[in-house]
Write a protein that binds this ligand. Structure first.
Ligand code: NAG
Ligand code: NAG
Ligand code: NAG
Length: 356
C-alpha cells in the first residue's frame, strides 16, 4: 500500500514538474522591436490572508517571496541602459477576495509637490484580451480616431498608474467611482494612443465603471510619526538615499462588463508587467520614458490556499493521504475487534441464541 502511494506521489511530481519550468515565451514583432526576455520568472501570488496593510510600509511582506527584475527602458530594452540604482522587487499575495502587490525599488528621494513628473511613479499592466500584446499596450493597429471596442476587440489591456505629485506618503489612494481624484487611476488601453480611464470610451461613457485599485507609497528615508499631512510636503529632504515602496490591492473580480479590467481567478494565471518612472538627474520624466521589468508579459499565478503545493495541485495527494488514513483506521479497528473477540470469548460465557 505504502509503496503504491510513494509511486503515485512520484508520478504526480513528475507530471507537475514541467509546469514549473515553463519559459516565458518571448516574441519578436515586425519592425525594429526585438524582445528576447529569456526570463523564466513566474510571479506567484499565494494565499496569505490577513497579513498586508496598505500603508506603503513593507515589513508585513518580509515572509513573502518576491521576484527581482532589472529595469530596462520600455521603448528600448537595452541592457546598457539599465536603471542604475538596482532591480525592482515585485511580490504578490491574495487573501481569497483581494489581490495585493508590492513593488520596491532603490532611488534617492525626489519629491516636488504638485509635479508628478518630478516624483517617482509606477504602473502595473495586465492582459485582458487574449490577443493583447505586451509591446504597444495591447498592440491594436488602429489609430486614435478609429480605435473602438469593436475595431480593437481582443487587444484590451488593464493599467493602474500611481502618480505621487499630490499623494501623501502612507495615505490610501484610488478606490473611487470613475477615477475622480487623479493620483491613482484605473485605465484600459488597446495601444499607447488609445488609452482611456475606465468608463470612458470613444463610443460613449459608462458611469457604472469603477476605479477598483487602491494603493499607497513610502520611501525608506521618511520618518514615521503619527501620519503625514499635505503641509509636511516634501516629507523628507531631497536626494536622500533609500528605497521606494508601493503597495496596491484590488478585488480578484470586479463589476466590469466592458472588458476594461483584468479578472483574477484562484488557481489560474494572468499576464502582467510593471513600469517605473523616475526623474533621473532631477529632470522631469516624460510619459514614454519609463523603465519596465521585462520586454514581454510575466506570468502571474494565483495559488489556492492550504497545504503544500503538491497536495493542493494533485487530487492524488489528498486521495492517497485519505487511503493511508483509512487503512490505518481499518487496521486498528480489526486489531481492536480481534482483541475484544478473543478476550470476550475467553471470559464471558457463550449464550446460545435459542436460550434468549
Ligand atoms: C485572437 O486572434 C485569433 C487569430 O487571429 C482570432 O481567431 C481570435 O478570434 C482573436 N480573439 C479575439 C478575442 O479577438
Ligand atoms: C465622456 O467623458 C469624457 C471625460 O469626462 C468627456 O470629455 C466626454 O465628452 C464624454 N463623452 C460622452 C459621449 O458623454
Ligand atoms: C462598446 O462600448 C459601448 C459604449 O460603452 C457599448 O454600448 C457597446 O455595447 C460596446 N460594444 C462591444 C462590442 O463591446
Amino acid at each position: 500500500m505504502l509503496r503504491v502511494q510513494v509511486l503515485v506521489l512520484l508520478l504526480a511530481a513528475v507530471l507537475l514538474y514541467p509546469t514549473r519550468i515553463d519559459r516565458v515565451s518571448s516574441h519578436e514583432e515586425s519592425g525594429e522591436w526585438h524582445c528576447d526576455s529569456g526570463s523564466e520568472i513566474r510571479v506567484q501570488a499565494e494565499f496569505r490572508p490577513g497579513i498586508i496593510t496598505l500603508d506603503g510600509k513593507v515589513d508585513d511582506w518580509k515572509d513573502v517571496d518576491g521576484s527581482d527584475f532589472p529595469l530596462l527602458p520600455a521603448l528600448d530594452p537595452d541592457a546598457d541602459k539599465e536603471y542604475n540604482a538596482g532591480k525592482m522587487t515585485l511580490k504578490a499575495v491574495h487573501d481569497g477576495k483581494e489581490a495585493y502587490f508590492m513593488l520596491q525599488v532603490n532611488g534617492n528621494y525626489a519629491y516636488t509637490q504638485g509635479d508628478s513628473n518630478k516624483c517617482a511613479s509606477v504602473a502595473l499592466m495586465f492582459q485582458i484580451g487574449e490577443n493583447a500584446t505586451y509591446h504597444r499596450m495591447g498592440g491594436c493597429e488602429e489609430g486614435p480616431d478609429s480605435c473602438t471596442n469593436k475595431t480593437c476587440h481582443g487587444h484590451e489591456v488593464d493599467i493602474m498608474h500611481f502618480s505621487l505629485g499630490n499623494a501623501i506618503p502612507g495615505r490610501l489612494y484610488g478606490g473611487n467611482p470613475a477615477n475622480r481624484f487623479g493620483h491613482l487611476v484605473d485605465v484600459y488601453a488597446w495601444n499607447p494612443h488609445c488609452r482611456y480611464l475606465d468608463g470612458i470610451s470613444p463610443l460613449g461613457n459608462d458611469t457604472s465603471a469603477q476605479n477598483d485599485w487602491q494603493g499607497s507609497w513610502w520611501h525608506s528615508s521618511l520618518t514615521d510619526h503619527s501620519g503625514f499631512i499635505k503641509d509636511d510636503s516634501p516629507y523628507a529632504s531631497e536626494g536622500q538615499k533609500g528605497t521606494y515602496y508601493f503597495e496596491f490591492s484590488r478585488p480578484l473580480r470586479t463589476m466590469d462588463r466592458l472588458q476594461q479590467d483584468a479578472q483574477f481567478t484562484i488557481g489560474k494565471s494572468n499576464k502582467l508587467s510593471a513600469a517605473f518612472w523616475y526623474p533621473m538627474d532631477s529632470k522631469p520624466w516624460h510619459g514614454s520614458g519609463h523603465y519596465s521589468i521585462s520586454c514581454d508579459w510575466i506570468p502571474l499565478d494565483f495559488i489556492s490556499g492550504g497545504g503544500s503545493e503538491v497536495a493542493q495541485k494533485s487530487p492524488w495527494g489528498a486521495a492517497t493521504a485519505f487511503s493511508l488514513l483509512f487503512s490505518v483506521v481499518a487496521l486498528c479497528v480489526s486489531i481492536f475487534i480481534g482483541h475484544r473477540f478473543s478476550s470476550t470469548s475467553r471470559t464471558a460465557n457463550f449464550i446460545p441464541m435459542d436460550n434468549l
